[in-house]
Design a protein around this ligand. Sequence first.
Ligand code: HEC
Length: 350
Amino acid sequence: MQMAGYKMHSEQTNFGLLVAAVVLTIAGCGGGTYGGSSDSGSSATPDSNQDTFATDRAFFDARVAPRMEFCRSCHVPGGIADTDDGRRFLLSRNPAEDYDNFYASWQRLGRGTDLNLILTKGSNTADERHDGGGPWPVGSDAYSDVLTLFICWDNPQACDLTTGGGEPITDELPLLGSARGSHLWFDYCEGKPDNEPVPQDPRELVVPGINTGKAVYMNGWWQTCQDDNHPGNCGELRARYDRGYRLVASDSEVGAGHFFGGNYTDAGFAFPASDYNTLWSAAMGLSERPDNFDQLISERWGMPLSQTHNPYPLPGEDPNQTNGGNGQLPIGLTHLRNEDGSWTGRLNVT
Ligand code: HEC
């Protein structure tokens, strides 16, 4: 976006200046989003604090399986750990296969108990530092549970599945993946009722000190710009989304928010669609308007074409006879409308 803004700026088009200014405005407050699992929060299996397990499988399901999501972030085919140094411990994307894969990995890594790489890598006490950090420190419940399991596998005579008591355990969350956009809150609230409380914004955890003892390094701290940032519950989150959508992502809706225009029907920076229609020569230097003008504009400035109807009038078109026109604007531009829904023929940046 910054590049896009700069290029347009250098071409001295009114439109370009606008976009450059908007990009700077947007960059002002941190708006990055993190993808991640929707299974946030804790969920202890009902019998997870039992003291006795009939089989190693039952023990695995209660005490070890909930810890696999974290390892799965990397130890899957095609994942970060699918390398010569990492793939002897390999899970699949299907949790139902975890027991078999965990057992096969333990065998591949030479069986044994506390010296098996699954435990030394998991606790980051192996000779070679573990790229996945040490989520299972020696002495932790996780470490003890996996050790208990390995002792049973290694020597059934010595197997004692009564040692798995202690605190109910929580699912270990996978590392943040890439959902390519969206926010944890929206993933979390999907399918949940309006009164469901929304968890803390994970980005708020990125404060000085967070790097201590971690394998992942954050090089900047999160700042919350608004006091009422947290929506409270899923209903309010959705209500905010609906209100904000019109403002920031509006595709020619009546009352769309636009640059220095609020939700008015015009603004000083708005410009006629006829100007936009000259960009093929004014900005692109072509000798005639290309058939795929809309697509080229979108690609040139990195603004994807809207997936909804986001029209502007083509040369000679009356927008009020053509439902806004037969051109398609990219996301970030909108065709301004009057309160009665009629089209003004003027465009602005949202
Ligand atoms: C962020 C990615 C990541 C996560 C999460 C992760 N690992 Fe790893 N792991 C690696 C990489 C990369 C390697 C190969 C290089 C090395 O040894 O660190 C590796 C290597 C290993 C190995 C050695 C396998 C071999 O073929 O020699 C074991 C065992 C292992 N990890 C266990 C675990 C366990 C258990 C977990 C979950 C508690 C886990 N890892 C979580 C990235 C990860």
